[in-house]
Design a protein around this ligand. Structure first.
Ligand SMILES: [Zn+2]
Length: 318
């Protein structure tokens, strides 16, 4: 059995896991990131990877790391990352020097896609998409068993295709009505606020019951609350629009939904299925399975280690 170190680098913390080639995480180490300057982040990565390497023992196949931003997978350079404020940051080369080993670096959402495809619900498919519905929408595509990287490493930035350019919410990227602005966890909160005038006595808006969160809305919708159900309906319409677009772009066998909102499980699948079918025109209806991702927060670490097992982001499974 092979072992690799899978590192998930996020905006607030970095986690390194010892991952075996059946996709399970044996041990993991985590450090909070208090300073996002490049050198400080590198120090934190070196620390957690060092701890994971000590746990893993001698036979480690390599180190893989998923980072936010536009990543050049050959050199591991982070060309652009708004989360960190980095431009042309030589992450792969610097880590190689510090750790004395090759380090595969890829975009975090693409790594999660690779992990979910290889060891999660995508296992056994050839054409697969992952959408992580969290603060934003991260994604990635597998076509013919290979991860789609794109000409300049931007394939899978599915959160920023516009679905409501006239009437939607303002996206963090500056455009209006991006899929991410409408159908992420944050999008669900926005739908609830947009409907607030119609529900003046809504318990969702009662501040004494805690801050409005996507989890609160999802749970209230499942419990039958009127305001939450109305927000959930508008949210589901936008989610279904994006899903049907993805089906027409890449015709996947399966689209897996991950992230906090997807914890709604069957309730979410039921809300989108008919509408996705109605919006699917040139691809045979109902032939793309929409499912719930299995790996949860582990997808990033497992996927980063999968890069090591596969010899990089692009190569097919061994
Ligand atoms: Zn956007």
């Amino acid at each position: 059995m092979q072992t690799a170190i899978g590192v998930d680098l996020g905006g607030s913390h970095v986690t390194a896991g010892v991952v075996t080639d059946d996709g399970s995480i044996k041990v993991q180490h985590e450090l909070d990131l208090t300073d996002l300057a490049f050198d400080k982040v590198v120090d934190a990565v070196v620390t957690v990877v060092g701890q994971a390497l000590a746990d893993a023992g001698k036979d480690v196949a390599g180190i893989g790391l998923g980072s936010p931003g536009n990543v050049e997978p050959q050199t591991g350079a982070v060309l652009y990352s708004p989360n960190f404020g980095w431009k042309d940051a030589p992450l792969g080369a610097t880590l190689k020097k510090r750790l004395g080993r090759d380090v595969f670096v890829g975009n975090d959402a693409r790594c999660a896609t690779l992990g979910e495809y290889t060891f999660g619900i995508g296992k056994g498919t050839q054409d697969f998409a992952l959408l992580t519905l969290g603060t934003g929408i991260g994604g990635g595509f597998i076509a013919g068993g290979r991860l789609v990287i794109g000409h300049k490493f931007g394939a899978g930035e599915v959160g920023h295709h516009q679905i409501r350019p006239e009437s939607g919410f303002v996206c963090g990227c500056g455009k209006i009505g991006c899929f991410e602005a409408q159908a992420s966890g944050t999008g669900l909160i926005r739908h609830a606020f947009a409907l607030a005038p119609s529900f003046p006595r809504s318990v969702l808006l009662d501040a004494s019951r805690g801050k409005l969160s996507s989890k609160k809305i999802r749970k209230a919708a499942q419990a039958g609350d009127g305001h939450a159900l109305a927000a959930w309906k508008n949210y589901s319409i936008d989610l279904a629009t994006g899903l049907s677009n993805i089906i027409s772009f890449v015709n996947p066998e399966m689209i897996a939904l991950g992230g906090g909102v997807a914890s709604a499980g069957q309730f979410m699948l039921d809300a989108v299925k008919d509408r996705v079918d109605a919006l699917t025109t040139m691809v045979p209806k109902g032939t793309t399975t929409i499912g719930i991702a299995k790996l949860g927060n582990d997808a990033g670490q497992v996927g980063a280690a999968t890069m090591v097992f596969r010899g990089g982001l692009k190569t097919s499974a061994p």
